[in-house]
Design a binder for this molecule. Sequence first.
Ligand code: PLP
Length: 412
Amino acid sequence: MPELPCPSGPDGPDPGDFRPSTAAVRGGLHRSPFQETSEALYLTQGFVYDTAAEAAAAFAEEIDRYTYSRYANPTVTTFQERLALVEGAQECLATATGMSAVFTAVASMVRSGSRIVAARELFGSTLTVFDGILAGWGVVTDYVVGTELDQWASALKTPADVVFVESPTNPMQDVLDLPEICRLAHGAGALVIVDNVFATPVLQRPLELGADLVVYSATKHIDGQGRCMGGAVLGSRELLAGRMRTMLRMTGPTLAPFNAWVLTKGLETLPLRVRAQSAVALELAAWLERQPGVASVRYPYLPSHPQHQLARSQMRGGGTVVTFTLDTDRGDVEPTFAFLDALRVIDLSSNLGDTKSLATHPATTTHCRIEPALREQMGITGATVRLSVGLEDVEDLREDLGSALARFRNAA
Ligand SMILES: *Cc1c(COP(=O)(O)O)cnc(C)c1O
């Protein structure tokens, strides 16, 4: 069934002309006959028909209308339209979680015998999808070091179906050369899928850099207030309309209308939040770099970042996450735990993109299942801390980090 009967008023501006901040507030808004100010929440499983013939026509796809919320729901449509406008994409398909977006995007583009080439630095569950699930279905994944273009070039001398990357990567913030990777991938006949969670649509537009599909965990910055899970796949109508839409509708990882409504309201403040959090993250990254007890800081917009120039050229800000490694001889866990346990404002949590600042110890939580040798190659040690910067006053965050660093220096 095509998407949906909800025309905007005949005299209104074309939402396609909205700039991203306007689209974030007004995109996809289709008022009901009650003319509510805010977006309506259509918390319904199904839809009713005036006649049996109308139901028959709807199921035969002769008329455009909502039939069942696993297929389409007006509140989910609003979220999809709004995010597509913010991203500058033709289409968006919303999903229940970020992982269902990753899985639906990749699985609908491969079949037995397909080949994926991916950067090694990936979200842990994505690695499990490739190596633990798709591998068993006859889909091979070859990994390269994301920042090494010669590795991409040699891996893509052989045809491939999908290239999958994140940039900046989690948690070490490697910045991958998206235009060049897309060029090499297209030369090998592959579609490029970018997981843009760290950058958000506010700071990086992968489709403009050559990517074919963008995936999000909306759980992160799009909600940004720690409430709902969600995800999205964005790209051209052609790529989203066929197999991918069928797979989503028939296998059912559909976004719930209530969550779609929360995420829609999250989009309204996304540009403001991300710009504010990114500005404080840059300030804290530069400050952390000067603190005794901090061995190194990874943040794309710091001049010390190895791909600093590339980050400046393909991103509009350094992002909301700062990764740093404390100064211990052997990357010790205990003094790092002393630092984390001493935080009083910043919460310990494995999430990111929230208005509340959150600190994570990747080696023992988000990345604990990765082979220690690979973890070390990725640069993650027992002394590595990932800090997701929220919306608190920067001075409160600085004081909190400062006193926790003092605790660390006593423990180290
Ligand atoms: C969180 C995250 C995901 C998965 O999203 P969920 O909403 O937890 O399913 C995928 N990729 C990246 C980079 C993430 O940070």
